[in-house]
Write a protein that binds this ligand. Structure first.
Ligand code: ARG
Length: 606
């Protein structure tokens, strides 16, 4: 029976489709079946598949299950040498299209040599059908809460990180076929609106009839804050305004909407430049939901009275404040409401929240309280707080302008554009590119380098914002990779192969994987789905950046030792190695897909 089941799952792993299936998954399925057939008495035997090191002698992947299985036997009082176990596993691995051969080495490693014809088939599929994502086991609905700046305040570099990382996570999950909702949870509700509205009424009493000239909402915020802090009488009026706003008096709602609209327009400028799509569903949206949540928690007896405020305990020293002593709600209340709403009404199977690491405690407590309140079943819903470190300036202090102000994002993007153009001119690209191409390259470099610098670092670390570093054309930077990509793209062009011709070649020829360096590059390309799966686990995009860099390094090695086009002394093409041109094309396609997931736009000329 075991044998039959094993054969069946291997058969499933063997069926070829047009997607880029995960090598890791396939090998795991095959070895899992082989192991349970070999050792039916060890039910949960570990299936350990790993990449082999750089030495081709050790194969491409390894199955390292023999040692831990030997240990399990030892616990049962049986002494079987791991080499013997490895041998028995290997005997149970049937003929498959993915494995060329297996070898046992050392204390029981099973070295797996991939089949080149299988690899070639997968890469050929990429040429024929595009970079199709691996099949998704279950199409989950994912709610990604990212960017989420606050009204009337400047969107700062922390929000920029949230925006860039959140967008990349959303892009990745969309590509993999998840149903993704991109939610902008803007801070558009709360007591700060009291002082803003009070100040608006004083300064522009005619605001209902004539739109006040509030280009600089930032200053307006500062002015009202100063009055709020200095003038007790103003403060009192500000509180009255909050009450009127909360009871939805039309004039106050109008003032609130006006202020929100102005902020929104500013945010949108950033999103447009960076090509970020978001659906706004801010704090104000949860007003009635918060009331419901409070009732629910109250009925469940989960709220405790603490000097007039209502608190809820999770597993931390500090509780959440669900209702303030004046009856108002808090950030905690609104986030309890987001969890409930996103699961019950938006049918989210997976909720992701992005903020800086400073909010880690808030979210740990929140998730615990929501669990205690029975808002979700841990087995059914996945919750992630995706954190990131602070952005530092080149002096390793908090990121500020020279004069010590917070950096405006628009100014930052403008400076990026300027620096990118300088860089391109320094390389004399302005002499070769048309003005239109130059502009495209400038934007690709500017926005690409800002996003890439952020994404290529482990998000949990703080990171130093430095245009000089970002714009370096060596190492794992956007500039280096964008150049590498255009160079790869130019190879077919130089061989006079246009897209029509390429289609023809794809039909008639196979990707070449014979040369050692071709094979090395090919294997890197095959890992694409596995890199993506890994990111769905830890939501760390730097794996993808490292992978992109690895592709370009493997490509350079290949290109240095393998001619794609041979020319004679007068520069005329005498021979085109089609199999290698095809390998070049797959490389470009997969790189382009990586860029796409990262939200970086490559250009074909640069
Ligand atoms: N507006 C918040 C801030 O600027 C971020 C909100 C994140 N989303 C959430 N559901 N708490 O810090």
């Amino acid at each position: 029976l075991n044998r039959a089941i094993a054969e069946q799952s291997v058969k499933a792993a063997n069926t070829l489709d047009n997607t880029m299936t995960s090598i890791y998954d396939k090998l795991s399925t095959i070895f899992s079946a082989a192991i349970s057939a070999a050792f039916p008495d060890i039910p949960d035997a570990p299936v350990v598949i790993a990449l082999s090191g750089n030495n081709p002698k050790f194969g491409d992947y390894q199955c390292n299950s023999a040692m831990p299985i030997a240990n399990l036997f030892k616990q049962q009082g049986k002494k079987i040498p791991p080499q013997e176990i490895a041998k028995q596993i290997v005997e149970q691995v049937p003929q498959t299209d993915i494995i060329d051969k297996l070898e046992i080495a050392g204390p029981g490693f099973i070295n797996i040599f991939l089949s080149k014809s299988y690899a070639s088939h997968i890469l050929q599929n990429v040429l024929k059908y595009g970079v199709l994502p691996p099949l998704l086991k279950k199409k989950l609905r994912v709610v990604v809460d990212f960017s989420s700046p606050n009204i009337a305040k400047e969107m700062h570099v922390g929000h920029l990180r949230s925006t860039i990382i959140g967008d990349a996570i959303a892009r990745l999950l969309e590509y993999l076929g998840y149903d993704v909702l991109r939610i902008n949870h803007i801070g558009d509700w709360g007591t700060q609106f009291g002082m803003l509205i009070a100040h608006l009424k004083d300064k522009y009493s005619d605001y209902l009839n004539r739109m006040p000239p509030l280009e600089n909402l930032q200053n307006f915020y500062k002015e009202s804050k100063k009055r709020f802090d200095d003038d007790p009488e103003f403060k009192k009026r500000a509180y009255e305004c909050v009450v009127k706003l909360q009871s939805k008096e039309p004039d106050y709602i109008k003032a609130w909407e006006m202020i929100c609209d102005l902020s929104r327009k500013e945010f949108q400028k950033i999103y447009d430049r960076l090509d970020i799509k978001l659906t706004e569903m801010g704090e104000s949206f949860y007003q009635t939901h918060m009331e419901d949540v409070v009732k629910l928690l109250e009925n469940k007896g989960l709220l405790e009275n603490d000097n007039g405020r209502k608190i809820m305990w999770g597993d931390k020293e500090i509780p959440m404040t669900i209702v303030k002593s004046d009856g108002g709600f808090t950030y905690d209340t609104s986030d309890m409401a987001t969890i409930k709403y996103r699961i019950d009404e938006l049918n989210g199977d997976w909720l992701i929240y992005l903020t800086d690491a400073g909010q880690a405690t808030h979210f740990q407590l929140l998730f615990k309280c929501a669990e205690n309140a029975g808002f979700f079943d841990k087995k059914k819903v996945r919750l992630d707080h995706v954190t990131f470190g602070v952005v530092l300036g080149e002096d390793r202090k908090k990121f500020k302008t020279r004069s010590g102000d917070t950096v405006k994002l628009i100014d930052l993007l403008d400076e990026g554009l300027k620096r990118a153009l300088d860089k391109l001119k320094e390389k004399e690209r302005d002499k070769v590119l048309t003005p239109e191409e130059l502009k495209q390259a400038q934007e690709a470099v500017a926005y690409g380098c800002i996003k890439y610098a952020d994404l290529s670092h482990n998000r949990n670390h703080e990171y130093v914002f430095s245009f000089d570093k970002m714009l370096e054309d060596k190492g794992n930077t956007a500039v280096y990779l964008l150049y590498a990509y255009t160079r790869i793209r130019s190879i077919a062009r130089n061989a006079n192969i246009d897209s029509e011709k390429m289609k023809e070649l794809i039909e008639k020829h196979n990707v070449s994987l014979d040369h050692e360096k071709e094979w090395k590059l090919g294997k890197v390309l095959l890992r694409f789905p596995d890199v993506l799966f890994k990111i769905t686990e830890d939501l760390c995009l730097h794996h993808l950046c490292e992978y992109l860099y690895e592709i370009s390094c493997a490509f350079t090695e290949f290109y240095d030792s393998c001619y794609c086009i041979e020319k004679d002394s007068s520069g005329d093409i005498v021979k085109v190695n089609v199999g290698r041109i095809l390998l070049t094309e797959v490389t470009a396609l997969i790189m382009a897909k990586c860029f796409d997931i990262l939200g970086v736009k490559p250009v074909s000329k640069m």
